[in-house]
Design a protein around this ligand. Structure first.
Ligand SMILES: C[S@@+](CC[C@H](N)C(=O)[O-])C[C@H]1O[C@@H](n2cnc3c(N)ncnc32)[C@H](O)[C@@H]1O
Length: 234
């Protein structure tokens, strides 16, 4: 942060804050980009993806007559989480996928990370946890040894800026919401407000996935605890 202040030719944090208060939109965007922790990688906390593959998708395949699936990756950072989701779904449905309308909505407060997500180019380190078959099937290799997500995986995802402090307007409710390693930085009240907004935006029978290092206080939410970091709306 002191680096940033110096670069701007300012002498103190309060001088910097004053410049922001003058409501400079670019400045606010830059501050958000500096303050948020964006660390993420493909197939992070794989239990969630296994639960999706082994429990949620078989149930949907059997019971979801509309063949519409809406998934929200809230706090998606640079895209590794929603791309992993798109790959798991593609791998599950295979040639049946055309019969389904699958929409993955991926949001973050930081335009910086979303722009990286839209590019869809990743290091070998970032994809190292993915099954080998996914690495082969869903990426092309770039000249400089990076991995680029295939267009047919990309097109399943809509990336948008969204601040979780804002009201959630869900035209279509979600079958599954992933909000992992995001609320960890929020205080208890903010967190429960957000969880309640997620609850209203979840379909009956749908799920909320949070990070394994996070918890939802017992009795504070209407979600039912099903497994570590997995909650269900009955
Ligand atoms: C550590 S990353 C988590 C990425 C991914 N969900 C995962 O588990 O690997 C946290 C993300 O939350 C985003 N974030 C923080 N506060 C937010 C807010 N108020 N609204 C939306 N996104 C937020 C950050 O920009 C960051 O990209």
């Amino acid at each position: 942060m002191s680096n940033l202040i110096e670069k701007k030719g300012m002498s103190s944090f309060s001088e910097y804050l004053d410049s922001i208060k003058r409501n400079n939109k670019d400045e606010i965007t830059m501050l958000i980009n500096k303050l948020t922790t964006n660390y993420t990688y493909f197939y992070r906390e794989e239990n969630h993806f296994k639960y999706l593959r082994d429990v949620i998708l078989p149930h949907e395949e059997k019971n979801n007559k509309t063949k519409v699936l809406n998934i929200w990756s809230a706090g998606c950072s640079s895209g590794e989480e929603p791309y992993t989701l798109a790959m798991v779904l593609d791998d599950y449905f295979k040639f049946m996928k055309d019969k389904w309308k699958i929409q993955i909505y991926a949001t973050d407060i930081s335009e910086n990370v979303l722009s990286k997500a839209r590019d869809g180019i990743y290091s070998v380190e970032s994809i190292k946890n993915l099954p080998e078959s996914y690495k082969k099937r869903y990426f092309t290799k770039t000249k400089d040894g990076k991995y680029q997500v295939l267009p047919e995986i990309k097109k399943q995802i809509t990336f948008k800026v969204f601040n979780l402090m804002d009201p959630v307007v869900a035209r279509n409710k979600y079958d599954v919401i992933f909000c992992r390693n995001v609320m960890i930085y929020f205080n208890a009240e903010t967190k429960i407000n957000i969880v309640n907004k997620f609850y209203d935006a979840t379909k009956a029978g749908g799920y909320l996935m949070i990070g394994h290092a996070e918890t939802i206080q017992r009795g504070k939410s209407k979600y039912l605890y099903v497994n570590p970091a997995i909650y269900k709306k009955e």
